[in-house]
Ligand binder design. Structure first.
Ligand code: F6P
Ligand code: MG
Length: 455
């Protein structure tokens, strides 16, 4: 971490969402994972699959022990027998000041990544549960309950695609559509599952309709989409756009629709999407989720009320583009490391170097969601009027064009004015809430851009 930067948000900072996350949300998230595994284990025949049954029981005990360690504020221990990216976790842990080395005092970003990485080590230590995703059922059922939003967007896209192919759409119209699909993908991020502990399904549905997106326009606190449009519209031939994904289900659906639009409109020739390698922050996309999404869209029992004509159209389009190598799915262990994105550079650790090699060939890299935004700023407590380019540190200079599509669900924010911040704080307080709660609510968004070089 660069030396002249502000401190990170810590779990013992009562004014930060870190405090609530570590104390209220994590125990709920782990309990849900325990319940899920418990059910899965109880379906294993303990006579016929004795080893699987035993391993499953062990997994449940490991999760119970993990929850206990968090709730009792135990010290974060280095990973034993560390291999690969775990070395890097241990190296970073060694740098954490001693008065911040327990679960409830640690840097929020590090400890939250450590939590999900730890769960993945439990799974990896088994033989029979290697592909088990403790969050899959939650991801699936929330996607199912997004049927109204999926239906609306599938219909909208199908109608539009017909227009796109029937006549050459002029640039003015393309720009309007680009803005619309970006907007849909942006607000798709407001519905991630790790917040489900405090948001109802009804709220989620309300966030997914066109009408509510319109209403939310004023809630985009910084909007630098114009710069991204300039790049996208001027560099069409051979252009590659990357999407560093966030959540599965409805958000992934909106991201895939954005990819279809970019390809159908010929604004891009390829779109590379980057999911995580391991289950992450409850709802993040792993490669299997991409496949699940397509299968669920194709399944009339999964979405009984959807219009098959529109859904099948989208399913075929996605499959065709994937087969033709125009939609590419690519993972890296870097996305589940504890590193900030300033380490996406030629000598970056934990796979940051490989990601830099890859992304430097992209015309634009879209970073979806809150966690990616936190990592862009290393979750540091920058004064919120710090320019975005300062807050992303080295990444502003490594030749990678960045666009953030983030609804704010954590403290880290840059690039707004002191007046905006004051007003948002006053509003929160007037509503009887904590002064910083505006930045955790998912109600406000940040669309920020970096050209990749200040030279
Ligand atoms: O604030 C809740 C939280 O789980 C944060 O810990 C995390 O940064 C974020 O939500 C995850 O949101 P997203 O899915 O948008 O990255
Ligand atoms: Mg997420």
């Amino acid at each position: 971490m660069p030396p002249t930067t502000p401190p990170p948000y810590y779990n013992n900072d009562q004014e930060s969402f870190a405090w609530k996350s570590a104390r209220e949300r994590w125990p709920v998230i782990i309990t849900q994972a325990i319940d899920d595994l418990h059910k899965a284990v109880s379906q294993v025949d303990s006579d016929k699959e004795a080893e699987k049954f035993k391993e499953g029981k062990q997994l449940v005990s490991n999760l119970i022990a993990l929850k206990y360690e968090i709730e009792h504020d135990r010290k974060l221990e280095p990973f034993s027998d560390a291999k690969g990216d775990l070395h890097n976790y241990n190296d970073e842990l060694a740098k954490i000041p001693l008065d911040h080395n327990t679960w409830l005092t640690a840097p929020w970003l590090y400890s939250e990544c450590y939590l999900y990485r730890k769960i993945a080590t439990f799974i990896a230590a088994t033989q029979h549960w290697q592909n088990y995703d403790v969050f899959y059922k939650q991801k699936m059922s929330t996607f199912k309950s997004s049927e109204d939003g999926v239906k609306e967007l599938a219909m909208r896209y199908h109608q539009l695609a017909n227009q796109l192919s029937s006549k050459s759409t002029d640039d003015e119209a393309l720009e309007v559509l680009f803005r619309e699909f970006i907007d849909i993908s942006l607000w798709g991020n407001a519905t991630d599952l790790s917040l489900l502990t405090s948001i109802s399904l009804e709220d989620i549905k309300a966030l997914q309709g066109a009408e509510s997106r319109k209403k939310n326009e004023k809630n985009i606190l910084a909007n630098e989409l114009d710069s991204a449009w300039d790049v996208v519209s001027n560099e069409r031939e051979g252009s590659r756009i990357d999407i560093v994904l966030d959540n599965s289900g409805f958000e992934l659906f909106t991201d895939v629709v954005l990819a279809l639009f970019l390809l159908d409109s010929k604004l891009a020739e390829t779109v590379v999407i980057h999911p995580k390698n391991i289950p992450w922050f409850v709802s993040d996309v792993v490669p299997a989720d991409v496949l699940h999404l397509i299968n669920q869209m194709a399944d009339s029992e999964f979405f009984p009320n959807a219009d098959r004509e529109h859904m099948d159209y989208l399913v075929n389009k996605i499959s065709d583009y994937h087969t033709e190598g125009k939609i590419i799915v690519r993972t890296s262990p870097f996305w589940t490391s504890c590193q900030g994105f300033a380490e996406i550079k030629p000598d970056g650790p934990a796979g940051g170097d490989g990601v830099w090699q890859d992304l430097k060939d992209s015309n634009l890299v879209i970073f979806k969601g809150d966690l990616n935004y936190r990592k862009l700023m290393w979750d540091l407590a920058w004064p919120r009027d710090t320019p975005f380019l300062n807050a992303i540190d080295d990444l502003a200079d490594t030749g990678i064009r960045v666009l953030t599509l983030r609804t704010a669900k954590a403290d880290t924010v840059s690039g707004i004015t002191a007046e905006q911040e004051k007003q948002l704080e006053d509003e929160s307080v007037a509503q009887g809430k904590e002064k910083n709660s505006w930045s955790w609510s998912g109600k406000y968004a940040l669309v920020q851009y970096s050209e990749g070089s200040t030279l």
